[in-house]
Design a protein around this ligand. Structure first.
Ligand SMILES: [Ca+2]
Ligand SMILES: [Ca+2]
Ligand SMILES: [Ca+2]
Length: 242
């Protein structure tokens, strides 16, 4: 067969070259996303929770695909310059929104991905924990060299865990105060999370309150000179929920 005796290195090279390029493989995988797709938390800026999480802030996850010829740990490396597998989405989540690595919405399928990195936005303020899948979608891989498809599609299962939303302070109705008399004023707020209630409040640049009502004392002198019921002055103070 050979006109010369091959050394071990040449034998190995020939053996590798004779191996067929194997198709890529994808397997079922799951990812856990935080409520609203938020990455980390932003409790130092509670206003963050009043708007949709910006696309660039949505947590990323990467769909795996395996190809023997791309695996640096593989025993038989067919070709080190093999391009990576190309991924295609074959269905989309029934709820929520998928984004590609550039932040573009993916709303059609089959959809070729530039890479396996995605972002996901669940429906606002929805979560089902880690026991109940929130959404699923499927994908497959094509060999970067041969274009051969992975034998199976893989299912991606997304779980969405709860995040505690900060409460939102409510506007307090204007109230009347009288000179030298303490007037009780109560503030309140709302909290979107089931079971959460607003228990205390704080001034944005002042003290926290252990309860929701405080006494307001008007120190002005204009009241005596004004007709009864007239507005002699206005004052305001703001609260935030801690
Ligand atoms: Ca391959
Ligand atoms: Ca939320
Ligand atoms: Ca809450």
């Amino acid at each position: 067969m050979y006109g010369k005796e091959l050394n071990a290195e040449e034998l190995t090279a020939n053996f590798k070259a004779a191996l067929p390029n194997s198709p890529p493989y994808v397997g079922n995988v799951s990812f856990t996303i935080s409520e609203d797709g938020e990455l980390g938390s932003h409790y130092d800026t509670p206003e963050y929770y009043l708007a949709e999480v910006p696309v660039a802030d949505l947590a990323t996850f990467t769909l795996p695909a395996y190809d023997l010829e791309r695996d640096p740990a593989a025993t038989f490396v067919y070709n080190a310059t093999n391009p990576p597998p190309v991924l295609y989405l074959t269905s989309l989540p029934s709820v929520g929104m998928l984004y590609d690595s550039q932040g573009a919405v993916i709303d059609t399928f089959p959809h070729q991905l530039a890479n396996g990195t995605l972002r996901y936005r669940p429906v606002s303020n929805e979560c089902r924990g880690t026991d109940t899948p929130y959404a699923t979608f499927t994908y497959y891989a094509e060999d970067g060299s041969t274009g051969v498809k992975s034998p199976l599609n893989a299912t991606v299962t997304l779980y969405v865990t709860a995040a505690n939303d900060p409460p939102v302070a409510s506007e307090t109705e204007p109230f009347s105060a009288f000179t030298g008399v303490k007037t009780m004023v109560c503030v309140t707020g709302t909290d979107i999370d089931a079971g959460d209630s607003v228990l205390s409040a704080g001034q944005p640049f002042g003290d926290s309150l252990s309860e929701l009502c405080i006494a307001y004392l008007y120190n002005g002198t204009g009241l005596a000179a004004a007709a009864a019921g007239a507005v002699v002055d206005t004052d305001f103070f703001t609260f935030k929920d801690p």
